[in-house]
Design a binder for this molecule. Sequence first.
Ligand code: GDP
Ligand code: ZN
Length: 366
Amino acid sequence: MAGTSNQKIDLRNLGFRECFRVTIEGDAGEPARVVRDGRDLWHIVSERGEFVAALSGKFRRQAKARGDQPAVGDWVLAETKGDDDRALIHRVLPRQTAIARKVPGDTVETQVVAANVDIVFIVNALDGGRNFNLRRIERYLALVRESGAAPVLVLNKCDLCADPESSAAELRALAPTVPVLITSAISGRGITDLRELLESGATCALLGPSGVGKSAIVNQLLGEEVKETGEVRARDRRGRHTTTYRELLRLACGALVIDTPGLREIQLWGGEENLADVFPDVTEIAQQCRFADCRHEKEPACAVRLAVAEGRLPARRLDNFLQLRGELEELAERRQRHLQRVERRHRRVLQRGVDKDDAPRKRDWE
Ligand code: GDP
Ligand code: ZN
């Protein structure tokens, strides 16, 4: 039980900063960090261990916007009850940084997917495929800069590239003030450089398209054997030697890694409307397709394919369009599956109280 142990967790091990202290003086509750975010329940760790927390009634009434809800990495003021492993969150402490995404289908509302992140590694891969894309990297940079965190550009899979330096030079030209690291999660090259950027108590996150090696890099940082990842499917985290439900991991160096599906493959484009923003040419020609819902694949009387055949639209442009649309659809599906998993889990927790899996693991934070 969290409340019964005498030994306290040092909040600095969770990334606590003294500047948070002044914002909580005189208020009820104790500071705790959100280590897992759900729809209605949050896993938080305070000095006394891990708790499953809900929002207090007052908080719920006040926090109308989704951006006000706690996110992984947030510091909250929470009240725990006796020996129970449950807690109530009274409020979210002011965020130092916030990585936000637009809520799909809504043009104004944003959702914070991670808070108080100091460094974001924007991971791309030099595997000769589509994993090195300057326009996409620019979008990631914009997103990170907006969050307030410091971006670092990582070029992974350098073992598959004859000349990683020339790609690094392109990135330096694109963003002269941003550090660029060349890494291989397979050979281990550059992992030390990456680790050197991680001070004890700092919180980092990895962003980038699926398959570039984010899991493999985290595993390297966790000090795992490299061969493990090769066997783990890109989006299957079961192979990790770490608790799978928690989304804030602590490295041996004392730094913390926020790793959530919603963050790692954060949507750069809000949705269908934005696909149109990126491909106005394709979208305009598509208005002449016979079918309003034409996918420009095998449909008859497709104006887009006709435009390519007649040389009015570069074939490459259509390829890029189809690729991005595919990525967006895959992301939407994955997010849906993730939400379903989270919901199933929460239903279980609500039904059976705090189950064994959710029991506090204080030792992880000591
Ligand atoms: P994620 O989706 O970004 O988390 O990517 P993963 O970490 O799951 O990696 C995707 C695939 O790329 C896996 O098969 C990894 O073994 C492989 N991979 C990751 N990093 C490297 C690397 O530096 N070099 C090579 N050759 N393969 C890598
Ligand atoms: Zn068409």
